[in-house]
Design a protein around this ligand. Structure first.
Ligand code: SF4
Ligand code: SF4
Length: 145
């Protein structure tokens, strides 16, 4: 896991990210955990990985510091990230909360992620048609290695 940001750095990031009109949403159902997105994201700690077991591979985006630069969406080898309008994920802490399906192992094992980002627990999958439509175009066939 990357080094934690200091408070001043994070505050500056939050300020910039608050102006972003789009945010990166990772579809956990198709993420292979390859970490390419983490490598290309210019914002430290914005994308974090959880789970080393193939059945629980996945990453999440911290919306509070995502600046909407789209680099992760362009470079994801599995076409697993969509840029979505910020209002479509308003009130969500991370992309884990914005999943349009709850089929990933995470939803049976929320302890895989830190307690402060388990904001998806007990909530229904997102039904916003904007998000659903964006991911419906995704190729669903992704091999688990
Ligand atoms: S680049 Fe795509 S498949 Fe790889 S970890 Fe990121 S979201 Fe998942
Ligand atoms: S859109 Fe940019 S800032 Fe946001 S998660 Fe992707 S690479 Fe990081």
């Amino acid at each position: 896991m990357p080094a934690q940001q200091n408070d001043a750095r994070r505050a500056a990031l939050v300020k910039g990210a608050s102006r972003a009109k789009i945010k990166a949403l990772v579809n956990l159902g198709a993420c292979t955990g390859c970490e390419v997105c983490i490598a290309v994201c210019p914002v430290p700690n914005c994308i974090e990985k959880f789970g080393e077991d193939p059945t629980s591979f996945g990453v999440y985006v911290d919306y509070e510091i995502c600046i909407g630069c789209q680099l992760c969406a362009k470079d994801c080898p599995w076409d697993t990230i969509r840029m979505v309008p910020t209002p479509a994920v308003a009130g969500h802490k991370t992309s884990l909360e914005s999943q349009f399906k709850h089929e990933h192992a995470l939803f049976q094992n929320p302890q895989l992620v830190p307690e402060d980002i388990r904001t998806f627990v007990g909530k229904e999958p997102v039904k916003d048609p904007v998000i659903v439509e964006l991911f419906e175009k995704q190729n669903p066939v992704v091999p688990v290695v």
